[in-house]
Write a protein that binds this ligand. Structure first.
Ligand code: ATP
Length: 235
């Protein structure tokens, strides 16, 4: 098992956003968390990446508790997050944005190799490497945010709503890219409001509602589940 989340409770002041959530991710899997707005999905991701501290519960990564670690340490240990809304650094070039992702990597030849891999996976980023990142389209910015996360050589990548606000053609491309990244060895935790797409590429999924896990199963099982269809797939 690569990551285990045990009875996680996260509060914002008096607001109890995550109410005892448990789930796990095996090495090599794509696991998806789905659920309505406000279900607690982003809060869980931010807690795994060390941006928020849980009130209680454990996050175990490679058999080690990480819930008290700060974000840079979590990244250095191999977990990178692609935030909701992408958070590209505008005013910096595509190349500079990617460099920010390798901030904690010391080995220069490794950085060079990763640059080549990222440019190979996202040829559009290579073409636009000297352009201000703010001039990229939404889909290209999503690719840049993913490329930036990959620059840290993560073992586990956390994707928060990668398809949000994108044109359908880009949505398909982004999901194809997620599958490819996974095939090449990166484990994926994917949060999506596009539940159909997310479950169709996920090995397993968890359905969250108001801060709790309501259902768990393989991607196929959840896609076929009547409750899931009614609530999240417009069926
Ligand atoms: P979305 O897709 O809208 O981001 P989500 O499932 O990711 O939804 P969260 O963003 O994790 O849900 O929010 C969970 C709960 O915590 C919601 O009730 C939300 O209003 C609340 N919440 C989120 N961020 C904050 C914050 N910074 N301060 C106070 N409450 C917050």
């Amino acid at each position: 098992m690569l990551l285990q989340v045990n009875n996680l409770v996260v509060n914002y002041g008096v607001i109890n956003a995550v109410k005892g959530v448990s789930f796990d991710i095996n090495e090599g899997e794509i696991v998806s968390l789905i659920g309505a707005n406000g279900a607690g999905k982003s809060t869980i991701l931010k807690t795994i990446s060390g941006l928020l501290k849980p009130k209680s519960g454990k996050i175990i990564y490679h058999n080690k508790e990480i819930q008290a670690q700060k974000a840079p340490k979590v990244v250095a240990e191999g977990i990178s997050q692609v935030p909701e809304g992408r958070h590209i650094f505008s005013g910096l070039s595509v190349m500079e944005n990617l460099q920010m992702g390798s901030f904690l990597v010391k080995d220069r030849s490794r950085i060079k190799q990763t640059f080549n891999e990222v440019f190979e996976r996202f040829p559009i980023l290579k073409q636009r490497q000297n352009q201000d990142a703010a001039t990229l389209s939404g889909g290209e910015q999503q690719m840049l945010a993913m490329g930036r996360a990959l620059m840290a050589n993560p073992k586990l990548i956390l994707l928060d709503e990668p398809s949000m606000g994108l044109a359908p053609i880009f949505i398909n491309e982004i999901f194809d890219i997620i599958k490819e990244i996974n095939k090449q060895g990166t484990t994926v935790l994917l949060i999506e409001q596009n539940a159909k797409k997310a479950l169709s590429i996920a090995d397993r999924g968890y359905v969250l509602s108001t801060g709790k896990v309501q259902l768990a199963g393989t991607g196929e099982e959840l896609l076929a589940n009547e409750e899931v269809q009614k609530a999240y797939l417009g069926g």
